[in-house]
Design a protein around this ligand. Sequence first.
Ligand code: SAH
Ligand code: AVI
Length: 353
Amino acid sequence: MQTRLLDSRTKERFSCQRVRPERPVPSLAEDAQLGLLTPPRSLPPKYFYDSHGSALFDRICTTPEYYVTRTESALLAARAAAIIDASRPDHIVELGSGASRKTHHLLQACELSCAPCTYWPYDVCESILVEAGERLMAAFDWLDVNALVGDYHAGLRHLPEPQGRCLYAFLGSTIGNFDGPQAVALLQELNLKMRPGDSLLLGADRVKDATILHAAYNDAAGLTAAFNLNLLRVLNRELDADFAPEAFDHEARYDEEAQQVEMYLVARRSQSVHLGVLDESLRLEAGERILTEISRKFTPDKLDTLLHEAGFNVTAHYEPEDSYFSLILASPRGANGAQVSYPRIQGGAAARS
Ligand code: SAH
Ligand code: AVI
């Protein structure tokens, strides 16, 4: 693919291809048919990310309340050299890469250790892939970016298999947007794709005080609300629907028992909405909710179990002093399946068990 955004020199270092689905996934119309017409109503979170939704998410990451991005970014900045040293990647393949801002730390560590690599960002949102690729190529004049457009729910089998070691990054706690079985299934599929010597770098948000979580998903500037409500604009455009965004409230609440933030769109009044593409209407009563996202929060034990079930050995577990976030380096379990014990490494320096 060629884009207007890139000059001729950077174009040579940039490619963008679609990842062929390994299996069919429901279209937005099918997901709406299944999830919207009758209660309990829900839609998968991937539909947030049209170009406007991706830009809104990028702004959420800079709000004072959304500690997730700055915490993971600081952890990556402190640990990138060790991660690159341990994984020695020829390629960094990033799932749900978005604006790829934190990836900068990994690429910088590659540069500092004189070990250039190729970057393969993989996302459903093509415009954010192009923007991110352009920014990273401007920052690293040696970097080739091969962007991959696709839905990781459609399987990972057809991801390219470049020669050399791959570091697969899945950052931002996007794994938390999957329910338990979905998370295991995705990581298992990734495991199957991986070859000896490849590594996984997983970023995952941790269980913490409910007030901090509540604030993170209800920022004062209203960006998370705008991000949530943007879904209705996506539905209006893609399904010829007539949702009135002003007739909905954003709601985000932490369910302490389930250890997850749940995000809803709540009807402010009773209303009927027509979905033109489906030639269907739905009737919402005042206060009725549409679940738009879960964002699971993890304990170290839960992360160990998840990775174990998906067939990984954890090789390093980094966390900040406040234990707000985990960055885990893991490798596919070998034939003998033994898990070697590993330390949880806190803060910017000392290792602690
Ligand atoms: N990794 C970045 C972005 C996280 S936002 C960070 O840590 O800041 C989640 C990203 O995953 C978005 O860019 C979104 O477009 C992408 N995404 C969501 N669902 C996806 C899917 N099913 N397949 C591929 N990408 C997806
Ligand atoms: C991408 N994902 C991990 C974010 C999260 O925290 O669940 C999406 C988000 N939703 C609201 N704010 C941020």
